[in-house]
Design a protein around this ligand. Structure first.
Ligand SMILES: *[C@@H]1O[C@H](CO)[C@@H](O)[C@H](O)[C@H]1NC(C)=O
Ligand SMILES: *[C@@H]1O[C@H](CO)[C@@H](O)[C@H](O)[C@H]1NC(C)=O
Length: 293
C-alpha cells in the first residue's frame, strides 16, 4: 500500500514518455521504415523525390534504389545530425557545390550508381567528418576537379571505380591527408603525358589500391591498346618530358629566329630610310646652293 502513491506519480510520466515516442514514430515518412529513433529507411520505394517529413534529428538516412534526381544544396544544413547518407542507385546528375556544409557531421556518403557527370571544385565543402565517400559506377562521370575533395581532411576511403574518367589531376588524391583506400579501376584511363604524374603517384601509393596497380588498365595513346599498369614504369613516360622539352626548345628557337629576322629587317629598313633621307637632304641642299650662285 505504501508503494501506491509512487506508482500513481509514475503513471503520467510514463504516459508522457510513451506519447513522445509515439510522436517520433508518427514522424516516420509514410512509405518508409524507422527501425530505431534515428534511422529512416526508404530504400527501394520507387521514390522520385526526397520524402517529405523526414524527422529533423535523423542520423541514418537510407534512400538507395530509388529515382531521386537531386538533393537541395541546403539539405545537410537542415538535417545537420546526419551521419550516414545512402543515395546509392538513384538518378542524381548534379551535386551543387557546398551541399556538404562545413559543419556537417556526415561520416559516410554513398553516391555510387547515379548519373553524375562532373565533380566540381568545392562540391563537398569542407566536410571534415567525412570518412568514406562512394562515387563509383557513375557511367558518365568524366570530370573530377583537382580541388573536388579539398578540405576532406578525414577522408579515408574514396571510390571512383567504373566511371568515365580518362584522366585525373593527381592533386585530387594527393591533397587528402588521411586517404587509405582509393578505387580507380574500370575507368577508360589514357596513359598519355597527362597521366604521367598520376601514374607516378599510383606507383608510390599502390598499397592504397585494393588490388594494387594490377587491377588498373589504361589505353595507349598511339593505338588505343589496353595495357595493365604493371606493364608500365615511370620510364614509359620519360619520353613525355623529352618531347615536351624538345617542343619547347623548337618554339624557343623558332621564336628567337623570327624575332631576329624581324629585328634585322626593321633595322635594315630604318637604316636605308635614314640613308635615303640623308642623301635626299644633301641633294636638295646642293640644289639650293647651286641656285644661289
Ligand atoms: C537500382 O534501383 C532500381 C529501382 O529501384 C532497381 O530496380 C535495381 O535493381 C537497382 N539496381 C541495383 C544494382 O541494385
Ligand atoms: C543520365 O545522363 C545521360 C547523359 O548525361 C542522359 O542521357 C540520361 O538520360 C541520364 N539518365 C537518367 C536516368 O537520368
Amino acid at each position: 500500500m505504501t508503494m501506491l502513491p509512487c506508482v500513481c506519480w509514475l503513471q503520467p510520466v510514463l504516459m508522457v514518455l510513451t506519447s513522445v515516442f509515439w510522436t517520433r514514430g508518427e514522424n516516420c515518412p509514410a512509405t518508409c521504415l524507422c527501425p530505431d529513433p534515428h534511422t529512416v529507411d526508404c530504400s527501394g520505394r520507387g521514390l522520385t523525390h526526397l520524402p517529405d517529413e523526414i524527422p529533423l534529428d535523423v542520423r541514418r538516412l537510407l534512400l538507395a534504389d530509388n529515382w531521386i534526381p537531386r538533393i537541395p544544396s541546403d539539405f545537410l544544413v537542415l538535417y545537420s545530425d546526419l551521419v550516414y547518407l545512402d543515395l546509392r542507385n538513384n538518378t542524381l546528375s548534379y551535386i551543387e557545390p557546398g551541399t556538404l556544409s562545413t559543419s556537417s557531421r556526415l561520416v559516410f556518403l554513398d553516391l555510387g550508381s547515379n548519373n553524375l557527370t562532373e565533380i566540381p571544385k568545392g562540391t563537398f565543402g569542407e566536410s571534415r567528418s567525412l570518412i568514406k565517400l562512394r562515387l563509383g559506377n557513375n557511367p558518365y562521370l568524366s570530370m573530377v576537379n583537382e580541388d573536388a575533395f579539398l578540405g576532406l581532411t578525414s577522408l579515408r576511403e574514396l571510390e571512383l571505380e567504373r566511371n568515365a574518367l580518362s584522366s585525373l589531376k593527381v592533386g585530387a588524391l594527393s591533397q587528402l591527408p588521411s586517404l587509405r583506400v582509393v578505387r580507380l579501376e574500370g575507368n577508360p584511363w589514357v596513359c598519355n603525358c597527362n597521366f604521367a604524374s598520376l601514374f607516378a603517384w599510383l606507383m608510390e601509393n599502390s598499397q592504397k589500391l585494393p588490388n594494387g596497380v594490377e587491377g588498373m588498365e589504361c589505353s595507349l595513346p598511339m593505338d588505343g591498346r589496353r595495357v595493365s599498369l604493371t606493364q608500365l614504369s615511370n620510364d614509359s613516360f620519360r619520353e613525355c618530358q623529352a618531347s615536351l622539352t624538345l617542343t619547347d626548345l623548337l618554339i624557343i628557337i623558332f621564336s628567337g629566329i623570327s624575332v631576329s629576322v624581324v629585328a634585322i629587317m626593321t633595322s635594315f629598313f630604318l637604316a636605308s630610310t635614314v640613308h635615303c633621307f640623308q642623301r635626299w637632304s644633301k641633294g636638295s641642299k646642293g640644289d639650293e646652293e647651286e641656285s644661289e650662285e
